[in-house]
Design a protein around this ligand. Structure first.
Ligand code: FAD
Length: 402
């Protein structure tokens, strides 16, 4: 059977906007992935009206091509965070990461969204001795800062269906959800509250002119707003001179394969990753193994591309990785294989706030951890726009302008 280049998640149809010229309005939000829809949601919560959301080729967005992990922490281990930023900043960042995960959980509960949300933990698995040491060191830091974290030894990992591993770090608070269901549910809620949404609007520039922001797009010309939010993550440099000039984000291609439903239930029920997070995996609700990564084994790390064609070398690497590290009771058959474009942040932190223009804002740059960070960062952006206080760690590290 031919594998689908379409993400597994997109078997749930995407909620799309009408393909017509967007009206003028108060704030134009560019991007209908997790960042853009969340920005609309949090602004509506604050009483903002007359919001216009636009996108182009929405099915290509990373939001629908990810692995569904909602993780405590950042892309760096606690040991690396402490080494890079010092203990105080590392602790504050970890707290913030927990906070943004809980924002997702609370939004789901508040709106009663049916999004296959499960909060039963996350396992970081070492596949060599050096990583095992780093995991132990990270756990020691986490515990000393008062966070919950525990070591899982090799024997226990074998009972969870793994092999050829060292130990692991378990975080009980991390979660998973269906990204399309979450974004659709949140978007439908916003539409019910008056959000205007237009699909097929390819924005080419966002510029402040006088007391307006002009959003220029292919086919629809220039449209004027009081303010705009660039929520296009990896695509931001293609429509924003500010992003391009400062090289705030670098696009890179992530790739995922997903099996047919397995007859024997995978013993591990929660999100997990290996090799410093370079491989990441999930058991889906219908008992498929979803696994992504392997880009670090390619010559250029899949950096600098917007091409969504899966790389066969990465696909082969992922399959071999599964053969090596999972004990499966059956021959696995792969059904889906797709790619998506993420944004590596220049600073390692998301960019939240005004750009070089006080009426043009952004929320972007999650370096592979966007599910929780996009939703939580968009809330912080709404606070900034509304003049409300924000956590001091955000003011310190997440400013687009320094
Ligand atoms: C393979 C892969 C696996 C991942 N796994 C995880 C994971 O397990 N957990 C996790 O937390 N994160 C993960 N991520 C990262 C996460 O998916 C992203 O950080 C997050 O979805 C970014 O959301 P966003 O809304 O900012 O950007 P996107 O979802 O990329 O959305 C960008 C939006 O901008 C719009 N746009 C772009 N250009 C234009 C234009 N010119 N005009 C108008 N609109 C435009 C697009 O239509 C789209 O709506 C993964 C990403 C990938 C690719």
């Amino acid at each position: 059977m031919k594998k689908q280049a379409r993400p597994y998640w997109l078997d749930v149809p995407l909620l799309l906007g009408r393909r017509e010229r967007p009206p003028e309005g108060h704030i134009c939000i560019i991007g209908s992935g997790l960042s853009g829809v969340s920005a609309a949601y949090w602004l509506l919560e604050k009483g903002y009206e007359d919001l216009v959301l636009v996108d182009t080729a929405p099915e290509e967005a990373a939001t629908f091509r990810n692995c569904g992990h909602i993780l405590y922490g950042t892309v760096e281990s606690m040991q690396a965070l402490v080494a890079l930023h010092g203990a105080e900043v590392a602790k504050d960042l970890w707290n913030l990461s927990i906070h943004v995960c809980h924002e997702v959980r609370e939004t789901i509960a508040r709106l009663g969204l049916q999004v296959d949300y499960r909060q039963d933990g996350y396992l970081v698995i070492a596949i060599d001795e050096a990583e095992d040491k780093e995991i132990k060191q990270s756990i020691a830091y986490l515990k000393s800062f008062g966070f919950e974290s525990s070591y899982v030894d090799q024997e226990k990992l074998e009972t969870l269906g793994f092999r050829q591993t060292y130990g692991g770090r378990f975080e009980a608070g991390s979660a998973q959800a269906h990204p399309v269901k979450f974004r659709n549910g949140l978007l439908q809620h916003c539409l019910d509250r008056g959000l205007t949404y237009r699909s097929g609007v390819k924005v080419t520039a966002v510029e402040e002119k006088g007391d307006k922001v002009i959003v220029s797009s292919e086919g629809w010309g220039d449209i004027s707003y009081e303010a705009a939010i660039i929520a296009a993550n990896a695509y931001s440099p293609l429509l924003s001179r500010f992003f391009a000039a400062h090289r705030l984000v670098e696009p890179f291609r992530g790739q995922i394969i997903t099996s047919k439903p397995l007859r024997h239930a995978l013993p591990v029920t929660y999100p997990h990753s290996f090799d410093h997070g370079y491989e990441y995996a999930l058991r889906t609700e219908d008992n498929r193994l979803m696994i992504g990564g392997w880009r670090n084994h390619t010559p250029h790390g899949e950096v600098g591309t917007y091409d969504l064609t899966p790389n066969p070398e990465v696909e082969r690497g992922l399959r071999a990785f599964v053969d090596r590290h999972y004990q499966l009771k059956e021959k696995i058959e792969w059904e889906y294989s797709w790619a998506g474009i993420m944004a590596a942040s220049k600073t390692g932190f998301p960019f939240i706030g005004p750009t070089d223009s006080p009426r043009v804002f952004t929320v972007a740059g999650y370096t592979g951890h966007g599910f929780s960070w996009a939703h939580g960062s968009a809330k912080i952006l709404a606070d900034i726009i509304n003049g409300d206080p924000i956590p001091s760690i955000v003011a310190e590290v997440c400013k687009p302008l320094r």
